[in-house]
Write a protein that binds this ligand. Structure first.
Ligand code: APR
Ligand code: PHB
Length: 389
């Protein structure tokens, strides 16, 4: 089998890139380890930067997002039993879209299938060969049969645990990592959101986040110890703890209900450099991870895809490799700014086990400064809605 671009991973990164390339007449094949239903079963975040929203529209898959998504022009920060709002529209002249990643991925699958996009599921033993040579190819097994795809380029959209990043030799690759000493226990409930905007809360008991998917589907998180598991938390215990971590005026309005999903995610900051090795490019979680505090996970994937899609179009249409040659440098420049913002939000909002009294005072000063200073709110708003691509 031969194609122009072999994409490994049919998560949002791989699907969006495949769809954008297709609209430029560039052929791709997507290899996915799991089934489509398995991919769609993953519960992920749901805040899209305006750059990602535009990319979805450019890919021709923005119609349901625009119809069912929610425009948010601000967010709420809570601490010390009170809360204040950061106005994105006033401070950054932009908004974000609340639209679940699951739905976005569903829309991307539908578009690829409608246009006969080639996605091969249940592949295993994927290996990328000759990536630093002239004629890369990908070997894999499906249904017990060995297969090979010859291609011009390979794009690793296979997430943190994929094979692509590890294909780059350790002598070439440099990795940067910070593991946070806590996790997020998340609950999905078919209940109306407690507020019409997100609430990020710093409390003496730990971080909490009130989010949503639609008028009757809410997403809540509380910081929890790394050694906890969802089984440690009954629904009642979760709701009681959440109420103790948000301002009383908000807790009184909280409508609780049975969890339809409950999971714990660790928090990590991670970047690998470079994001290109010969004919292999890395996109999204394959190259970088952010703590979810800044809602950047999917949005950092968007700028990778934006740069790579334009670079490939420039090559296949104009024969110019400038965009491909500058991809890693441009992608990393924006990634590190998103890493900084996610690290800053995480440091400001969480209770760190080893935190000194002085550290807590610094956190409070950060929150008070953000609450009282227009410039501080402008910086936060510009980062939250998304820095330019
Ligand atoms: N071969 C084929 N597919 C693979 C392999 C492999 N060896 N390893 C992983 N995959 C698939 C996974 O099954 C998954 O469907 O690659 C896909 C990677 O998808 P994501 O992990 O969702 O990564 P990405 O598409 O970059 O999206 C980033 O997803 O995890 C969230 O917070 C993250 O919101 C961010 C977004
Ligand atoms: C979510 O809705 O899942 C969500 C929203 C904002 C975040 C993290 C997660 O920062």
């Amino acid at each position: 089998m031969r194609t122009q671009v072999c994409i490994i991973g049919a998560g949002p990164s791989g699907l969006l890139l495949s769809q954008l390339l297709h609209r430029k007449g560039i052929e791709s094949v997507v290899l996915e380890r799991k089934t489509k239903d398995y991919v769609l079963g993953r519960i992920r975040a749901g805040v899209l930067e305006h750059g990602f929203v535009e990319l979805m529209r450019e890919a021709g898959v923005g119609e349901r997002m625009d119809r069912e998504g929610y425009i948010h022009d601000g967010t709420v920060i809570a601490y010390d039993n009170h809360q204040f709002r950061v106005d994105f529209a006033a401070r950054a002249n932009a908004t974000v879209m609340v639209y679940g990643q699951t739905e976005l991925t569903r829309d991307l699958y539908a578009a690829r299938e409608a246009e006969n996009g080639k996605i091969i599921y249940n592949v295993d033993d994927v290996s990328i060969q000759d990536a630093d040579g002239a004629a890369p190819y990908v070997e894999f097994n499906v249904d017990g049969n060995g297969q090979r795809i010859d291609c011009d380029y390979v794009v690793g959209c296979d997430g943190f645990h994929g094979v692509s990043r590890k294909t780059i030799p350790e002598t070439v690759r440099k990795e940067y990592e910070k593991v946070y000493p806590f996790g997020w226990l998340g609950v999905l409930s078919e209940t109306p959101p407690v507020h019409d905007e997100l609430i990020y809360s710093n409390s003496t008991r730990g971080f909490a986040l009130c989010s949503m998917r639609n008028e009757n589907l809410s997403r809540y998180y509380i910081q929890c110890p790394l050694d906890h598991s969802p089984e440690n938390w009954s629904d009642d215990a979760f709701w009681e703890e959440l109420k103790r971590r948000i301002p009383e005026e908000t807790a009184e309005k909280l409508i609780t209900g049975p969890s339809i999903e409950k999971s714990i995610a660790p928090l990590r900051s991670f970047v690998t450099e470079p994001m290109r090795w010969g004919k292999l490019f890395l996109c999204g979680d394959a190259a970088h991870i952010v703590p979810p505090t800044g809602a950047k996970g999917l949005n950092t994937a968007a700028s990778d895809i934006f740069y790579l899609y334009h670079g490939m179009a420039q090559f296949y249409i104009d024969g110019d490799t400038e965009g491909l040659d500058s991809y890693s440098e441009k992608a990393l420049a924006r990634i590190w700014k998103a890493e900084r913002f996610s690290w800053w939000m995480s440091n400001m909002l969480h209770l760190y086990p080893e935190q000194s009294d002085f550290d807590r005072k610094m956190q409070r000063a950060e929150l008070e400064f953000l609450e009282s200073n227009e410039s501080a709110q402008k910086v936060m708003a510009e980062n939250y809605v998304g820095l330019p691509f």
